[in-house]
Ligand binder design. Structure first.
Ligand code: FAD
Length: 386
């Protein structure tokens, strides 16, 4: 199919990737984003090789690898002793998977995607918040907060965790997963300079910390995870006190103390990690479907949320181009994607248990089960059979 009139909702990582892939394959794409302007929100993100394959497909992989950082090793340390439990070798990643493993600031990734979408002829509409989706005869319709409406031949919901489009499929709100996260971007100081070249994780009972460099080593991205009940708000900009981190990680190694000391007061944000249960059906009337977090929001413990959204986007664009009807395309899309994303949702929850177990000193001994050993990096959305 070509020249299909597609309305995409949400200009996050999945929505922009889909918009570019669809426009480049000859579809007519309008992208509706609730935010009134592009912002500099967020911190770091890891793009695993399976995500980078998708970004290669839409023509931005090399630009992103250039702005980002490719680690050669990743260290996993014991929470209390600081002892290295595992050193993961990433030096052969490009050769092994035909694609890079990249750390990047979300705002930098977003900027590259927006520029590419504009170049590809995507019609981008900011300040358009979808309130509901319904049908006008045989055509699906988006209803916006400003009382305007838009009809399309196909609607794709890429509107994230709190998706309005998903309401058509399932009105159950996302559930709290029992984890909260704190994020901070620490400017590099002599005390933490050595950690720039050595990204890693500190793991302990019920908690963990992820650290990696961004922006050519000028910033250290820090994410602190903790299991906690009683607070379930999510969002990118909820401020938190540094003292909360000091209390939560009291008794952790000196290096963790140094990390917390390197954060400037007023620059810590926290959010509760909410997710969805798998949806049985990914399309309605062959005219509305979902991608990314709207379809399968998951916990971040395999670093695969955005990666699976990128994969969805490329696979859906390839299938739509090859299919003769949207009916065939959407049933094929679900057949190709559903099992993998459901598997990753489940494994991501279990990986939190593995990383945050009571006996951190045993991590890495025996059968290691992580994103790489599970084979997730091998998935190639460019050549995957559709
Ligand atoms: C702590 C943490 C760390 C993570 N780390 C990683 C990682 O390292 N690697 C990885 O792959 N993933 C990671 N993830 C997951 C990743 O952030 C998400 O899976 C990804 O951002 C989802 O992309 P998306 O485009 O589907 O949704 P979103 O990024 O949420 O984008 C949705 C877009 O839709 C817009 N929107 C929402 N509602 C409406 C509406 N009604 N009308 C119009 N527009 C709307 C929003 O404004 C937004 O722009 C992490 C997540 C967390 C919480």
């Amino acid at each position: 199919m070509k020249d299909l009139d597609i309305a995409l909702v949400g200009a996050g990582i999945a929505g922009l990737t889909a918009a570019i892939a669809l426009a480049k394959s000859g579809q007519s794409v309008s992208l509706y984003e609730a935010a009134p302007a592009w912002g500099d929100v967020g911190a770091g993100i890891t793009l695993a090789p399976n995500a980078m394959r998708g970004l290669d497909y839409i023509g931005v992989g090399e630009a992103i690898a250039e702005i980002g950082i490719e680690p050669s090793t990743q260290q996993i340390s014991h929470w209390q002793s600081g002892e290295t439990l595992l050193m993961v070798d990433r030096s052969q990643t490009r050769k092994q998977y035909n694609s890079a493993y990249v750390y990047i600031h979300r705002a930098d990734l977003h900027q590259v995607l927006v520029a590419e979408a504009e170049k590809a002829g995507v019609k981008i509409h900011l300040g358009k918040s979808v309130q509901s989706v319904n049908y006008q005869g045989l055509k699906p319709v988006l209803n916006f907060a400003d009382n305007s409406r838009v009809e399309a031949e196909l609607i794709i919901g890429a509107d994230g965790l709190k998706s309005q489009v998903r309401q058509l499929f399932d009105s159950v709100a996302p559930h709290f997963t029992g984890h909260i996260a704190y994020r901070a971007l620490a400017p590099i100081t002599p005390e933490i300079q050595h950690l720039i070249d050595q990204p890693g994780m500190h793991i302990g009972p019920g908690k963990m910390i992820v650290r990696y460099p961004l922006r050519k080593g000028q910033l250290l991205n820090l994410v602190f995870f903790a299991r906690q009940d009683g607070w379930t708000e999510d969002g990118w900009s909820i401020p938190a006190e540094l003292q909360e981190l000091r209390d939560l990680y009291a008794g952790w190694s000196d290096e963790v103390g140094t990390l917390i000391d390197s954060i400037r007061p007023g620059t810590v944000f926290k959010w509760a990690i909410n997710a969805h249960s798998p949806l049985p059906q990914w399309s309605i009337e062959n005219k509305v479907t979902l991608i990314g977090d709207a379809a399968h929001a998951m916990t971040p413990f395999l670093g695969q949320g955005a990666a699976t959204g990128i994969e969805d986007a490329v696979i859906l664009a390839r299938i739509l181009q090859a299919a003769e009807t949207t009916e065939n395309a959407l049933s094929r899309y679900q057949a190709v994607r559903h099992e993998r994303t459901t598997f990753i949702q489940k494994e991501s929850n279990e990986n939190a248990d593995r990383l945050q177990g009571e006996a951190a000193e045993l991590y890495g001994l025996g059968n290691l089960r992580n994103e790489e050993t599970l084979g997730l990096f091998k998935y190639d959305c460019i050549t995957e059979s559709i």
